[in-house]
Design a protein around this ligand. Sequence first.
Ligand SMILES: [Zn+2]
Length: 504
Amino acid sequence: MVSAMAVARFLAPTLAALVLSCAAPARPVAETPAPTPADPAPVVAADSPPVQAELQAKPATPIADAFRADAEKILAAGMEGRNAFAMLRQLTDHVGHRAAGSPGYTAAVAWGKTQMAAVGLDRIRTDGTRVRVWNRGTIDAEVVAPARHRLDVLALGNSPATPKGGLTAELLVIQEYEELEKLGEQGVKGRIVLFAHAMPAYVPGGDVGYAKSSHFRTRGPARASKLGARAVLVRSATAKSLATPHTGVTLFDEKEKAGPPVPAAAISIEGAELLVRLASEGPVKLKLSITSSTGPMVAAPNVIGEIVGRERPEEIVLLGAHLDSWDVGQGAHDDGAGCAIMLEAVGILKRLGLQPRRTIRVVLFSNEERGLDGSVQYAKDHPPASHVAAIESDGGGGAPVGLSFEGKEDAPAYRRTVDLIQLFAPFGATRLITGYSGSDLKHLTEVVPRFGHAADISTYFDVHHTAADTLDKVNPDHLQQNAALMAVWAWVVAEMPARIGDPL
Ligand SMILES: [Zn+2]
C-alpha cells in the first residue's frame, strides 16, 4: 500500500508545473461544432488559474472513496520508469510515419502486436479492416506573377493529381464560404481558390479554434470544386508556423455540396499571407503540380488485445487510440502518444497483477486520419451494447488535464465521473469537459458512455499533421503521467460494481 503522501513526494518535481497548467474547473464546450469524420479535434485548453486546494482537499465522495487507495497505488507504480516513452520511441524511430495502407502501417501493426504481448495482454488479434491506398506523390507550387515565389505546400489526403506538368491559373482568395457562394460559378470557375481563414492563436483557458478552422480543409475543396475551381489551397489549420504546411484529409463525399475531386493542398501561414497581400494589389497567377494517386484496397487492420475480466468478461471497457498517422513526420503526438498511453495503462495494471471485474480491451484503430475505416469495421464486428464505456486518447501527450465526455451533464456516466475524476487530483488533472470524446468512438453510437483523454494542447496544433510531429516534442514525464491516469480510469470503470452508465 502506498500512501497519498508518498505519491505526492514521488511526484514532487513535476507537480508544481502541473498545478499551474492543469487544474481548472470544468468548462462546457458543447457549442463547439462537431468535428468532421476524420478530424481529431480535442477541445482542451489547459492553462487556467491554479487551484491548489484541489490537490490537497481530496473531497470525500461516495464512489471515489472506494477506489482512492487503488488509485494511489496505481499512480505510484505507474510512475516507476518511463515505459510509455520507450514504446513511443520504438514506434517513431523504428517504424516512423504510418499512413493506413502503407508499408509503414504494416510495420506499425507488428509493433502494436509486439507491445501488446510485452505488456501481457491476452487475445491479441487483428481484424479485417481494408483501406484505399492514397499516395502523396510530389508537389510543387509557385507564384508566377506578379513575382516568382516558391510556396511551402503539402497535398491534402485524397487529393487527385493535377494534369501532367501542372496547371496554371489565377488566384481567388476566400475568407468565408459566403464569399464563395456570392461570387458563384462566374467568379470561381477556372481559378485556384485559396481558403485564407486564419486559425486563432491559442488562448490560455479559452477555446481552441481548430474545429472552426479545419472544416475549410475537409470541406472547402469540395465546395469550391462545385463552383468550378480548378484547384484549392487551404491555409494550414494552425496558429503558429515556421513555414510548415499542415496536411489533413479533404472529403468530396457530401453529395449536394460537393463537386468532383480537384487537386487540393495545405499552404503554410507564411505562404497564405503572401498570397493575400499580393491578391490585394492585383491579379496573381499560380502554378500547381501534384502527382498524388489512389491505389487499390489493401488490408490495414485494427490491432486488439485484452485483459479478460474475472467476473463479467463479456462487458467491455474500451481504451482506444489510432495507430495510423499522416505520411509526414513521425506521428509522435498524433497519435503515437495515444497508443503508448493506452498500452502502458494496461501494462501498469498487469505489472500490479490487477485483473478487473470486466474486460479491458485496447484497440489501436486503423485509418482514423483518412476515413475512419478502422472504427467503422470495429463497430460492425462488435455490438455497441457489450461496451460499458469507451475512452480514446487522441489529443497528444501533453501534460494531463483530465477527461472529456461526449454527452450531457445529466447523464449518469457524467455524474459518476464528476465524482471519480477526483482520483486524478494527485496529478492536478481533474477537469471534466463535455462535448467530445474521440473520432474513433463515433460509430459506437450513443448507447456507450464515451470519454476522451484530455491533455494540454497549447502547443499540439503547432506540429499536428506536419513533418515536425516528432519524438523530440514529447515529454516522457507527461506521457507516463497520462498512462498512469488512464490506468486508474480503466481500472475503476472496469472494476466498479455498477456499470458507469447505469441509471443512478
Ligand atoms: Zn489523431
